[in-house]
Structures are given as structure tokens and as C-alpha cells.
Design a protein around this ligand. Structure first.
Ligand code: ZN
Length: 657
């Protein structure tokens, strides 16, 4: 469960010396932002009012308010935009102002035109008379506001310590409504404002005062909820087995509905299991999100079960029913679900990037917890579909998502890379991630990448059971496998055939061929349901077309691997899976090559090490990164009509050409 609030974490020693009100606001904002029961993923905003002296020597009253694109948990002074308060007060006197025009006016009120766009809630901050203002979407407060009898419950908990405002869509209309109603209702003892279906504002002479009021009000709500018995508790039942290919198939449907590949992550812990196994799951989950801004991350409702087509059809008809509300021509967003709930698999969350799927999961975990607590004191109730639609299609919310930038070529796709900890495998993983793919990296050594879009697993590729486990973990994390890069391999000691050690031969064959055959068998069902068709890139060797003496096991294993890949290209073409082979040569920045080996080999040819590195027709150095870039291209759209190919990446070799 996620319900425990972090409580009052103001540290007087850490905050000592923060004389400047903006510094204190930064400190308090970070405290608020780093408590996920108060603020999730860029939500919430804060401000402080001060007087500054401008360049002409005139004092100017300003509102320092959180800038768009900054997260409260990590905000700095530069994340606050200073706005001229007199201008904001003038705007608050207007009867109407379109939201786009409001944003233009807010931008124009900046002291520094290079500062970030101010929060869309800036006018709300401006109208409160107190210097310091903090705003969160605290779960415990939402559990009270999202109720049929929110007014009664809030009065029971807060008396008249807070002013309650009915739901109005954020933006100018909300600021206008608050400007009309709040000032007359503020009393000396008023501690904050509760906005229904939205969240909490507190204020004070200092950020410390506003912060203490904030956590105290949230604690009163949490205590009130905790005093009632839970409606359900985390499940002791272990989650059932769920085949990776079943998740990959659902991902295929989600991606089809979305019109592009999506990452799909599975979550099945006791809190989620307790929720998805409820008899009234469809009713509870169908009631809607905690706050309307969650819609851009989770859509208005989750899909119960796995009928993605039915969900998309319902989304499309809901869009048709509301499309004229915004007074502008709207293009429908993709109708694919972002959250799926089912006792068979727990919760799946989808996103174009891994972080999008993770954000949807975080939000829905808090939704489950808050719905449960709301049910203790009444009945959870969200906004009606029309209000949710307004926020989902609100230009200012869409702008938040656009800040993520253009979709990279491999966005939503998943690559499995063997030998990912070093050399060519590592370079392939890096090239694919740079192009937007999530990567499952297998290696006998630990991978040193720590990022949401990378899952490293320490695996001996000859251990079939361990590879199966790693695949299952990888699919649970990202939803499937679109691309396989076979880069794990061993070279072995140089041995003439006459003196060959049979164990060394067998070991080379086991790693370079047998393990790949086993991997192919396991991964085929996943590749067959890859949304854009599966792709395999096999790292073989120049030794296949041009073997060298003393490397019988290596050359023979890579030749067998190449033949395996060619047969896979034949067998898998009907499943739209492309299989291609690259033949690198003399890639010296890999684990196969030590400085000693390089020096010994250079000496054998009577060359310097640098000459030896470039010993090819083009005189270029063949690096791991060059091979990685080729593999990323080969698995991309430029090679959409190519399978069964063998491509040298060796700088040119007379024996190969
Ligand atoms: Zn808000």
C-alpha cells in the first residue's frame, strides 16, 4: 500500500540560513515534491511573493511561481518564474480570458523573458494575499473530495479551517471563480483551500508556515480515513503464472490500437492483486481518475480484461459524443488503453516510452489506494466523462506531453541483446537505446547501465533455464521482444587442429552456436507478435567467409551460427521476422582482445599496433560503436525489405570481397 504520508519533514538545521524567501520556497517545494502521496510526476505547484528592485531602481512586487517542465522534487531557483503581480491582479479582474490567451499574458508578465513558462495555476497563487503558497494533489484530501457528500465530510474533518471550492476546470475559469468567492470567505484562522476533485492549497507568511499547515491538514484527512476499517487489504494470494507470450500478445493489440509500438509493463504485487480480484472491480475502476489531469497519463478509465478492440471502440464513441465541447476542431488521440486490470495478470501499464508506462503505474497505484480509503468513509466518486474529456483535450495539457519531444525511431520497441556488458553487445545496446528502444541486456558479467529503459540480467547464455527466467523478467518489464541482437561469443585460445583440446572446442560451440539455437527457439513466439515485425541481428565474423589458421573452433562456430541464422530467415519470413548477419573483423575494443594479444598479432605481421588496427582496404578502424550503428540501422526501416543478408563490417577485405 502507498498510503503512509511522509509527514512533517522540515529540518530546521537544513533550512537554517535560507533567509531569502525564494530559497526557503525551493526547500519547501522539494519536501512537498518528494512525497508521492502529495505530488506525483510534475504535479503540484508552489510560489512566494517578494518585492525586487528592477533595473530602473523601482521596486516591483513579484510572484515567483513554479515554471512548467520543472518537478517540485528537484526544483531549483531557476525553476521559478518571476511575474509582475500588478499585471496578474489586473488579469484577475477580467470576466473572460481564453486559456491560450491567459498563457500569453502570463508569459508577457515575466520579468525575464528567458524564464520558463509559468504554471497554469499562477493566477490562483496571485489572488491569495499571503506571501507563501503551496499546492498539492494529496491522496488523503482527494479521498475526501471525490465523494458524493464531499462538503459534509470536509466539514467533519476540517470544520471551517478550510474554504471548499466546487470543481471548475483548471485555467482562467478556476482562477476567476476563486477570485470571486475566496477573498470574502477567508478568515484570520483559515489554513487552506480545498478544491474538489483537485487538491489542496495552503498559505502563510513564510513557506515554513504554509508547509506546516499543509502537512497538518493532510494528516487530519489521513487520520480520519485511517480510523475507519479498511475495505480490503493486500492479498496474501501469490499471483498466478502468466506466460510472457500472453503479455506480448496483449501488447501487440495495444500497439495496434495506438498506431505505434508501446512498452507494456506488468505489475502484480499484493496491493494490486487485492484490487484486481475484487468482484466489483469493473464498478470501482470504472468510476474515474483521482484528478482530471491524470487522464493524459492513464486515460479516463482502465481496461478491465484484455479486449483492447472493445476499449478502443468505446473510447472512439466517447470522443464522438464530446468532440464539440471544446469549441475547436479536435483530432482524436489514440484510443489505446494505458492501464489494464485483470485477475489473470494483475495490472499492465502502457506507454510510448518506459517512463510513460512507469508514470501510469505510479498514478494507478495511488488511485487504487485512494479509492480504497475513499470507500471507507462513503463512496468514491470521480468527475463525469464530459469534465474528464475537457481536460484530456485541453490544449495546455497536450502541451505538457509535447514537451517530451518527437518520437524516436525505436520508441515503444524492445531489444534483447546478449553479451550486453561489453564490446559489440554493449555498443549495440547503446545504439538501440539512443534510438528509443528499451533494452534487455544479458551477459555473464554485470551490465553497468542503470536506467528505466534498461534491464540488465547476469546470465550464462548456455544456461537455458536462466535465459528463460531472464526473458520472462524482461517481458514482464517491457512487454515483449521486437529485436534480438546475438552478440555474446567466445574466441578461445589459438590452437592448431592437430593439438586441439576437445573441451575448448565444445565450449566455443556451446556459447557461439548451441546457446543461440536454444535462444531462437525461446524467442520466436515473442518475435512473431512484435508490433512492427521481429528483427534479429546476429554478430558472426569475417572468419565465416575468410577463416584464419589456429581458430578452427571459432571459425566453425561462427559459420554454423551464420547457417542457423539463414535457416531462421527462411523459416521466419512468413511471421514477418527478418534475420540478418553482420561479419565484423578486427574490432579491437572488445573483450576478445587484450593489449598483449594485439601487440603479439601486430608483431606477427611486422606492423605497429596502429597499423594493425587499420589493416584493411579502407584503412579505417572498425570500432564496436560502428558495428552498433550498423546493427541499429539493419533492424530499422531502411532495411525493411532485407532478410538473410550477410554484411561485412571490416573496412574491406580482399578475401571477403
Ligand atoms: Zn493543481
Amino acid at each position: 500500500m502507498v498510503s503512509a504520508t511522509a509527514g512533517d519533514r522540515w529540518d530546521d538545521r537544513a533550512a537554517a540560513g535560507l533567509e531569502d524567501p525564494l530559497d526557503q520556497c525551493v526547500y519547501g517545494s522539494r519536501l512537498l515534491g518528494s512525497d508521492p502521496t502529495l505530488v506525483l510526476h510534475g504535479g503540484g505547484n508552489t510560489s512566494v511573493k517578494t518585492t525586487v528592485v528592477d533595473v530602473t531602481g523601482e521596486p516591483v512586487e513579484v510572484l515567483h511561481v513554479k515554471g512548467s517542465g520543472w518537478d517540485l522534487a528537484t526544483i531549483e531557483r531557476a525553476g521559478f518564474t518571476a511575474l509582475r503581480l500588478d499585471r496578474l491582479r489586473a488579469l484577475l479582474r477580467l470576466d473572460r480570458l481564453a486559456d491560450a490567451q491567459m498563457m500569453t499574458e502570463l508569459r508577457a508578465a515575466r520579468l525575464d523573458p528567458g524564464a520558463p513558462d509559468p504554471s497554469v495555476e499562477s493566477l490562483l497563487h496571485a489572488l491569495l494575499p499571503n506571501p507563501a503558497v503551496l499546492h498539492s494533489h494529496a491522496d488523503a484530501v482527494i479521498a475526501l473530495t471525490n465523494q458524493a457528500d464531499a462538503e459534509g465530510l470536509l466539514r467533519q474533518v476540517y470544520g471551517d479551517d478550510v474554504v471548499v471550492v466546487d470543481y471548475v476546470m483548471p485555467g482562467f475559469d478556476l482562477a476567476r471563480r476563486c477570485a470571486d468567492t475566496i477573498p470574502a470567505r477567508l478568515r484570520k484562522h483559515t489554513l487552506g483551500i480545498v478544491l474538489r476533485n483537485h487538491g489542496l492549497f495552503t498559505f502563510g507568511a513564510t513557506t515554513l508556515e504554509a508547509y506546516r499547515r499543509h502537512v497538518a491538514l493532510v494528516a487530519r484527512a489521513a487520520d480520519f480515513l485511517a480510523a475507519r476499517p479498511p475495505k480490503w487489504t493486500p492479498s496474501a494470494q501469490p499471483p498466478p503464472e502468466f506466460a510472457p507470450v500472453a503479455q506480448a500478445r496483449i501488447r501487440q493489440h495495444i500497439s495496434r490500437a495506438a498506431g505505434a509500438p508501446m512498452v507494456v509493463t506488468r505489475h502484480d504485487d499484493p496491493a494490486i492483486r487485492a484490487f484486481v480480484t475484487r468482484g466489483d472491480l469493473a464498478d470501482l475502476a470504472g468510476r474515474g481518475p483521482l484528478t482530471p489531469d491524470h487522464v493524459i497519463r492513464t486515460k479516463a478509465v482502465p481496461l478491465i480484461g484484455s479486449d483492447v478492440e472493445a476499449y478502443a471502440a468505446a473510447y472512439t464513441s466517447n470522443f464522438a459524443a464530446h468532440r464539440d465541447r471544446r469549441g475547436a476542431e479536435l483530432a482524436m488521440l489514440d484510443p489505446a488503453p494505458r492501464v489494464l486490470l485483470d485477475p489473470r495478470f494483475g495490472m499492465l501499464t502502457a506507454g510510448a516510452r518506459v517512463t510513460d508506462a512507469d508514470i501510469a503505474a505510479d498514478i494507478y497505484r495511488h488511485t487504487i489506494d485512494t479509492v480504497e480509503r475513499a470507500e471507507r468513509v462513503g463512496g468514491y466518486r470521480a468527475l463525469p466523462p464530459a469534465d474528464l474529456f475537457d481536460v484530456e483535450y485541453w490544449e495546455l495539457e497536450r502541451a505538457k506531453l509535447r514537451r517530451g519531444g518527437a518520437r524516436p525511431p525505436y520508441a515503444g520497441e524492445v531489444a534483447l541483446v546478449t553479451g550486453a556488458a561489453s564490446g559489440i553487445g554493449r555498443a549495440c545496446a547503446a545504439a538501440l537505446r539512443a534510438a528509443g528502444a528499451a533494452v534487455i541486456g544479458l551477459d555473464i558479467n554485470p551490465c553497468d547501465v542503470d536506467a528505466p529503459d534498461f534491464l540488465g540480467r547476469r546470465v550464462d547464455v548456455t544456461d537455458a533455464a536462466a535465459v528463460s527466467d531472464a526473458l520472462a523478467t524482461g517481458v514482464a518489464r517491457f512487454g515483449g521482444v521486437d529485436v534480438v541482437v546475438v552478440a555474446a561469443g567466445v574466441f578461445g585460445a589459438r590452437q592448431p587442429i592437430a593439438e586441439m583440446n576437445p573441451d575448448a572446442w565444445r565450449h566455443t560451440m556451446a556459447v557461439n552456436v548451441d546457446a543461440v539455437a536454444t535462444l531462437f527457439t525461446k524467442v520466436h513466439p515473442l518475435l512473431a507478435v512484435a508490433p512492427r515485425g521481429g528483427r534479429v541481428a546476429v554478430i558472426a565474423s569475417k572468419n565465416v567467409p575468410a577463416p584464419g589458421p589456429g581458430a578452427a573452433a571459432y571459425s566453425a562456430s561462427k559459420a554454423a551460427l551464420t547457417q542457423l541464422a539463414r535457416v531462421a530467415a527462411l523459416e521466419w519470413a512468413p511471421d514477418a521476422i527478418r534475420v540478418n548477419v553482420v561479419h565484423p573483423d578486427a574490432v579491437f575494443d572488445t573483450g576478445l582482445w587484450t593489449a598483449d594479444l594485439l601487440a603479439e598479432r601486430a608483431a606477427r605481421y611486422r606492423l605497429t599496433v596502429d597499423e594493425y588496427r587499420r589493416r584493411n582496404l579502407l584503412g579505417v578502424e572498425v570500432t564496436s560503436a560502428r558495428v552498433g550503428a550498423l546493427v541499429a540501422a539493419l533492424c530499422g526501416d531502411s532495411f525493411a525489405a532485407t532478410t538473410g543478408a550477410q554484411i561485412p563490417v571490416d573496412g574491406g577485405n580482399e578475401r571477403v570481397i
